[in-house]
Write a protein that binds this ligand. Structure first.
Ligand code: PMP
Length: 386
């Protein structure tokens, strides 16, 4: 079996499992308890917070643990809108649904108006249009993702941060797909809110964090026992938090080597697809580019098959990939990201996303499987003509 759906989620790193285990066994204390068991859990969380803060150039007091990027995005948006009295939000049509749906809710409630920044033919944010929007609506909230989960496009967050500063805007960025892959420095980005989710970088699912710049005072979405300095009630996911910090630490330590490896896989895959005789294969967004797009995501538009979808045929052959993204797979209507950029009649969008655990042999195997599927599809075509 081959797993090439690493933008959906990743396998746990063995080093992360090792770090987590003691907190699933011996160190089971509640971090809010005053005794030795509580102290051990509390200290583990403090150490995790410290590690993450150091890796992204933040202070530990600016890091808050959450259940993942969905919750963190929701908190950032509602928090920013309510505490800054924001009435205008600038975002893009290719943000994750955790952002778009949450903004739609505020829009429906009459809290905000939403403007969508123009995208170029490859799905890149038009910075000049962003500046125009800001010029007309200073003190907006900007919500733009760092790396896109479907097509791998990377936004120039430093440039967006400079515009945010110039126009006195509040700036939120979703770094779920770039955390541990690209260098992230909150000061350089000039962001107010930034989020990450552990399972995208070989950590556990159901745990993530939000960075909230000190200058922002926002109200929590989840209230209760006052955990996370009042920013999120509920007993902390201690093992998850330890795993998150360890996963990010491992990702940073091996970043250059891993990025190099996945870029090699990507290049080989793209070249192999280019060499195929199956006509009409194109690449979405910047996923063809090694320098502009994320090095682990290749989004491909394939000619439609007569017999079912390519994703399910690959699945039959033991190859796990995604149509667009995992989130849009399970819903009807296709990908909102692809339809924001392309009209794709008679094309099937397949996202291949690699990790350090993939190999060149696996890429060759996938390419062979694609050839086989199309050959048997053409055979079906001949039969249906007879
Ligand atoms: N933002 C982006 C860009 C993502 O790719 C994802 C995961 N698909 C999320 C947010 C949500 O993360 P989680 O499911 O861990 O809450």
């Amino acid at each position: 079996e081959i797993y090439c759906d690493n933008a959906a989620t990743t396998a746990l790193d063995p080093l992360v499992i090792e770090a987590i285990l003691p907190y699933l066994t011996n160190h089971y204390g509640n971090p809010s308890s005053s005794h030795w068991a509580g102290r051990a859990a509390r200290e583990a969380i403090a150490a995790a917070r410290q590690k993450i803060a150091a890796l992204i150039g933040a202070s530990p007091e600016e890091i808050f643990f959450m259940s993942g990027a969905t919750e963190a995005n929701n908190l950032a948006l509602t928090g920013a809108i309510r505490s800054n009295d924001i009435s205008h939000v600038i975002t893009s049509k290719i943000e994750h649904k955790a952002v778009l749906q949450h903004l739609a809710r505020h829009e429906k409630a009459g809290d905000i108006e939403v403007s969508y920044v123009k995208l170029d033919d490859f799905g890149n944010v038009d910075l000049r249009h962003l500046e125009n929007l800001l010029d007309n609506n200073p003190q907006s909230l900007i919500s733009l993702m760092h790396g896109n989960n479907e097509i791998g496009n990377i936004t120039d967050i430093v440039a967006v941060g400079e515009l945010a500063e110039k126009y006195n805007a509040v700036f939120h960025t979703d770094t779920t797909q770039t955390m541990g892959k690209l260098l992230i420095n909150v000061a350089e980005f000039n962001v107010d809110f930034l989020v990450g989710s552990a399972h995208k970088f070989h950590g556990p699912k159901g745990v993530g964090f939000i960075y909230i710049n000190k200058r922002n005072q926002i109200k929590p979405l989840i209230v209760g026992g006052g955990q996370e300095n009042g920013q999120r009630g509920g007993t902390e996911n201690v093992a998850g938090i330890v795993g998150l910090a360890r996963a990010l630490e491992v990702a940073y330590k091996s970043r250059a080597v891993v990025q190099n490896h996945v870029a090699t896989l990507k290049k080989h895959f793209i070249e192999s697809l280019d060499d195929l005789t199956i006509g009409g294969i194109t690449f979405n967004g910047e996923s063809r580019s090694a320098t502009k797009g994320l090095s682990n995501i290749v989004s491909v538009a394939f000619p439609s098959l007569l017999s079912g979808s390519l994703v399910s045929q690959l699945d039959h052959l033991g190859i796990a990939v995604s149509g667009g993204s995992a989130c849009s797979n399970l819903r009807s209507g296709g990908s909102h990201v692809i339809s924001a950029i392309y009209k794709n009649p008679d094309k099937e969008i397949v996202r291949f996303s690699f990790s350090k655990f993939n190999t060149l042999e696996e890429i060759d195997h996938i390419v062979k499987a694609i050839i086989r599927i199309y050959q048997s599809d053409q055979a079906d075509d001949v039969l249906s003509l007879q």
